[in-house]
Design a protein around this ligand. Structure first.
Ligand code: ADP
Length: 175
């Protein structure tokens, strides 16, 4: 059985993630969507919340499972017997980062391939960060994320009030 993992922060999951997952799930027998528990960036949603949102997004997908993980992505991939790490490529800026990470992962685990899938044109601008910002400014995000994520974002923004600004700060160039 060919297994791949799709690692990410998913803060929160967007239709761009779902598009990459759908295409990866068609290429592999089993896809593990891997929610990275403690990334070095400010998060809006807790690990439990992100996991719940991701789980709900993949309900009914026959060959997709969802897990959270900590530590090196290649170690998680190995623990799942995965042959590949799937990443999505959007704007040109993604390439440099993904290339660097893929080479590092290959150094750490030569037996695991990094497979980058190109975004579809509808989603090339879409990131979790932009969704959070638009949601904060009361813009329409209905076409960008699943319905349950729209609700979760609205609730979180209301719950946090002004504090939300600190939680959606852009902390890396890429996001
Ligand atoms: P990370 O913090 O690891 O980058 P993200 O949740 O931001 O986690 O992204 C996870 C993966 O999904 C990354 O490979 C990213 O490039 C990809 N991705 C996110 N949004 C899109 C999109 N709109 N189109 C294609 N790939 C995407």
């Amino acid at each position: 059985m060919r297994t791949a993992i799709l690692p990410g922060t998913f803060d929160p999951i967007t239709n761009g993630h779902l598009d990459i997952a759908r295409r990866a799930a068609a290429l592999f027998d089993h896809l593990v969507v891997a929610v990275y528990a403690h990334p070095i960036k400010t998060l809006l949603f807790s690990t439990a919340e992100r996991l719940e949102l991701v789980n709900k997004a993949f309900e009914g997908w026959p060959n997709v499972s969802v897990e959270s993980y900590d530590g090196l992505t290649v170690d998680f991939a190995r623990s799942k017997g995965a042959k590949a790490i799937i990443r999505g490529l959007r704007v040109v800026g993604d390439f440099e980062f993904e290339f660097q990470m893929a080479l590092m992962n290959r150094t750490l685990a030569p037996e695991i391939e990094s497979v980058c899938l190109l975004t579809t044109k509808e989603y090339y601008f879409l990131s979790s960060s932009i969704v959070k910002e638009v949601a904060k400014l009361n813009g329409n995000i209905n076409e960008l994320v699943p319905a349950h994520v729209v609700t979760a974002l609205r609730n979180k923004i209301e719950e946090l009030g002004d504090e939300v600004i600190d939680r959606i700060k852009i902390t890396t160039m890429r996001d």
